[in-house]
Design a protein around this ligand. Structure first.
Ligand code: HEC
Length: 154
């Protein structure tokens, strides 16, 4: 009897895994690429928030490398993944992006500017106070939210 249960459980787990893989494989090309970019941004923000817990003892090199990553995933590197006809059913990108291109790309540039500004300040000799780093974190998170609330469907 336990064997049957075991096989059933295994079947369910494998079934779920297969579904998951298929769901991701439904997204292809540009859509998949930008989801990857967005997930990298999510990871970077998570790593950023963990670093903030060290308060004023935060590690400058680790933080700089995270901020560099956010910067590389912003501006044109971000917007170019929304250019072509890439609004398929697996995408949560709002098709209005194409009509509101200037607003959309302005938010992507804000993300670039915010991260570049923090990167530059981290490179200067003076160690940034944690309150200022937290302030930057908030501004960066605000740009993510700002774009999502306008251009990502639920
Ligand atoms: C200029 C607009 C814009 C900015 C800025 C932006 N996003 Fe997004 N994000 C989107 C859009 C549009 C989608 C939906 C993409 C799709 O489904 O095709 C998305 C999707 C996501 C997803 C879901 C990806 C998936 O696998 O479905 C995550 C996570 C995410 N963004 C994190 C972030 C974080 C963190 C930031 C800030 C550091 C950020 N985004 C900044 C527009 C933006």
């Amino acid at each position: 009897m336990w064997r049957l249960r075991f096989v059933l459980i295994l079947f369910i787990i494998l079934g779920l895994t297969t579904n998951f893989v298929v769901a991701h494989e439904d997204s292809t090309g540009t859509v998949k690429e930008r989801m990857q970019l967005m997930n990298n941004l999510g990871e970077a923000m998570k790593a950023f928030s963990i670093i903030l817990r060290a308060q004023n003892n935060y590690n400058i090199e680790s933080l700089s490398s995270i901020i560099g990553k956010i910067k590389d995933h912003s501006g044109e590197n971000l917007t170019k993944l929304f250019l072509e006809k890439s609004m398929d059913v697996t995408s949560k990108a709002d098709p209005s992006i194409l009509d509101s291109w200037s607003d959309f790309s302005r938010i992507a540039s804000n993300l670039f500017n915010e991260s570049e500004r923090l990167e530059r300040r981290l490179k200067s000799s003076e160690r940034l106070n944690i309150n200022e780093v937290v302030k930057s974190f908030r501004s960066i998170a605000k740009t993510c939210k700002n774009c999502h609330s306008q251009f990502r469907r639920n």
